[in-house]
Write a protein that binds this ligand. Structure first.
Ligand code: ATP
Length: 341
């Protein structure tokens, strides 16, 4: 079965890591027709007036799934964040970031296995900021009951469907009594209504951050509003080797956009230094999603073979520089392709 997937190479290291990912997926036998579309600075460079051209959004609406590299939002010029715009336009309300210890990547912990589920559409990322008077700015944190309930249900469903046991909500409802208060109330009510077979707990986010770095194994699925989820994802990425090894996906009711947690990393762009593993792992998540939603077991087989190949490379010291190795982006992809069985 062949799948048409929208590919957005993005900016900075985006084109390098998407190219490497495409090569590995093709070598592993993934039957994918890539439909390339632009977004971010790459869109402006092609003469588009919009960071997120209508043709890019339409392609995802038509085909349902996209693999996306990181995109730049130029500072100034009145552009709002491309990632926020894409999530809002497609109503990609649930972000998922699996954080797992990886064989061959030495960190302080070897037993991290958790999933960050992040509300993707509101909170402080609603982008509603006002200049009250010179030197006084307000930034509005939006919480709606619909979105809080929807992400709670998404988090519990994700937890259950992956055979996991516990959902922990991170919040600061002791200070933001109304907005975070609504978030935890909705989560608690949904748990009581339909998910009480799972364990459920609420933790104040500052103390929870300390607990994560002391012992990450006590967490399973972490449910957060938008800003907390963004920060916690990077914190957790640091537990398992950094942004080069952290995949991610954004889900709506109808569409899914798969993108790694890292940004455009302009400091290493265009130098064959970027680690393509985060996007490759993201591609593996995408294959598992295709297997599930399109009933195509071959995608599971391809995903397993890619995972085995990169695990083999990492445990045999074949890594990029961010993980202490010496391979470039292209050479690491070549090494993985060589190990595909
Ligand atoms: P953006 O503004 O697009 O978020 P950024 O540089 O501020 O970009 P990231 O791109 O997330 O943020 O990267 C932070 C740092 O992590 C970079 O300076 C880079 O050195 C490192 N990094 C991020 N992704 C990778 C990767 N895939 N491989 C190697 N290093 C990476």
């Amino acid at each position: 079965m062949s799948h048409t997937i929208v590919l957005i190479p993005g900016d900075g290291i985006g084109p390098e890591v998407t190219e490497a990912t495409k090569r590995v997926l093709a070598a592993a036998g993934a039957e994918i027709q890539w439909l390339e579309r632009v977004a971010g600075q790459a869109a402006l460079d092609r003469g588009e007036s919009d960071l997120l051209p209508a043709s890019t959004v339409q392609a995802i609406l038509d085909h349902g799934v996209a693999l996306k590299g990181p995109c730049t939002t130029p500072i100034g010029g009145g552009f709002s964040s491309i990632n926020v715009a894409l999530r809002k336009k497609l109503n990609l309300y649930g972000a998922v970031r699996p954080i797992r210890s990886i064989d061959g990547v030495k960190t302080r912990y070897d037993d991290v296995d958790l999933i960050v589920v992040r509300e993707n559409t509101e909170g402080l990322y609603s982008g509603i900021e006002n200049i009250i008077t010179e030197g006084v700015i307000t930034s509005l944190k939006v919480a709606t009951e619909d979105a809080c309930r929807r992400i709670a249900i998404f988090g519990f469903e994700y937890c259950r469907s992956r055979g996991r046991r516990k959902v922990t909500v991170f919040h600061k409802a002791n200070i933001m009594k109304l907005s975070d208060g609504l978030f935890i109330r909705c989560a608690r009510e949904e748990w009581e209504r339909a998910y009480s077979d799972l364990q459920y707990e609420e933790r104040i986010i500052d103390a929870a951050c300390m607990a994560i770095v002391q012992d990450p194994s006590q967490f399973d699925v972490i449910l957060c509003e938008n800003l907390y989820g963004d920060v916690i994802s990077d914190l957790c990425a640091g537990l398992v080797g950094g942004l080069g090894v952290t995949p991610g996906a954004n889900f709506g009711e109808q569409h899914a956009v798969f993108e790694a947690v890292h940004g455009t990393a302009p400091d290493i762009a265009g130098q064959n230094l970027a680690n393509p593993l985060a996007l490759l792992m993201t591609g593996v998540m995408m294959l598992r999603h295709l297997a599930e939603t399109r009933d195509d077991p071959k995608c599971t087989d391809v995903a397993d073979r890619i995972r085995d190949a990169y695990n083999h490379c990492l445990t045999h010291g074949e890594k990029t520089r961010d993980l202490g190795g010496s391979l470039g982006t292209r050479e690491f992809a070549d090494a993985i392709i060589k190990q595909l069985r």
